[in-house]
Design a protein around this ligand. Structure first.
Ligand code: SF4
Length: 336
């Protein structure tokens, strides 16, 4: 495999403008006809894997904020307005998807969910075009899927499920609290209503090798999902994973391994999947290890550069893809 850093210079478009995969920013721009941006919201939820309903302490890598470590504003509407303004100024975003990110955003009675989603989407703000909800596979029921389907009549709705791995032994080790079969059930419930599903995976979990990742990709390929987030696992201060790391019982994978593994995933998933993420996002002051996680741009550049140097594209090794069918390489800028 040839690994090459992308070059910059006259006549060479930057990597983000020629992604060999179906990039989310381009997908959103095409879907909504304008630069679109996801604004993250902390809806004040908790998680059944923390409050004792299905577990205590949560997944071993999960921080005290249940992801969304960067959100600071209080109140759903406030958070949205502040985040939209920032994205408008910084990224020239015109359309927005509200993303309920922290903890488990379908873990509440339906009337409470409705009130929270309504408060995010209400007041006829035409700039808001979508609702994205991060959740667990065991927190999707018929009732909740019906509720989300109501919003799908007016908005683009995306349900993000933190699968992390298809391996049930690893799932126990990381204290996920449900088997992979629950993911299958959740996807079926959501797809019955044509809701968009985005799976999250975490290469490099404790005890996992590339073989585990290969099996996770095979598992995902058996599901009707529309998007994928590949997170690079990091050790966050205050987590059980940090204790394991300090005790020498967990060693993060290297950046070179991550690049290789991420490229493997991209080549083996469907060319139709929208790729929402290729790295993790950790606040520097809370990061324990590995340091390379902070080099987001380099991670992206190396993934893109490696694929480009070898003439690879998303889905070119997907079992259902025939020659020439894989994702088209973007030829225009994505502004991100
Ligand atoms: S399911 Fe999500 S929010 Fe709950 S403990 Fe695991 S990572 Fe954290």
């Amino acid at each position: 495999m040839r690994v090459r850093k992308r070059k910059y210079g006259p006549g060479v478009p930057p990597p983000q403008e020629r992604k060999p995969f179906r990039d989310v920013s381009r997908f959103l721009k095409e879907t909504f006809g304008a630069k679109s941006y996801k604004v993250c919201v902390d809806g004040g939820f908790t998680c059944p894997n923390r409050d004792g309903t299905c577990g205590i302490g949560g997944c071993i890598f999960c921080g005290e904020r249940g992801s969304g470590e960067f959100i600071t504003e209080i109140g759903i509407r406030n958070q949205i307005l502040t985040a939209m303004e920032k994205a408008r100024v910084k990224h020239r975003a015109e359309k927005f998807l509200v993303y309920f990110q922290n903890f488990t955003n379908t873990y509440a009675p339906v009337d409470v969910l409705r009130a929270k989603y309504d408060s995010a989407l209400a007041d006829g703000d035409e700039r808001i075009v979508g609702l994205a909800v991060g959740t667990r596979a065991d927190c999707i029921s018929e009732e909740i899927a019906d509720l989300l389907a109501e919003y799908a009549e007016k908005y683009y709705v995306q349900v993000e499920i933190g699968l992390q791995t298809s391996d049930d032994e690893t799932a126990k080790r990381i204290n996920r609290g449900y088997p992979a079969s629950r993911f299958t059930e959740a996807v079926q419930l959501l797809r019955k209503r044509r809701l968009n599903v985005v799976a999250h995976i975490l290469p490099g979990l404790p005890g996992e090798t590339k073989e585990h990742l290969i099996r996770t990709v095979d598992f995902l390929n058996q599901h009707d999902i529309q998007g994928l987030k590949i997170h690079s696992l990091y050790v966050l201060a205050g987590t059980r994973l940090a204790e394991l790391y300090r005790a020498g019982e967990f060693e993060p994978i290297t950046m070179a391994e991550y690049i290789d593994w991420a490229v493997y995933v991209l080549r083996h998933v469907s060319p139709q999947l929208v790729i929402h993420r290729l790295s993790g996002d950790c606040a520097r002051e809370k990061l324990v290890a590995p340091e390379w996680i902070l080099k987001k741009k380099e991670i992206h550049d190396q993934i893109i550069g490696t694929m480009e140097a070898n003439g690879w594209k998303q889905g070119d090794l997907h079992p259902g893809t025939t020659c020439g069918e894989s994702a088209k390489v973007n030829t225009e800028g994505t502004d991100r």
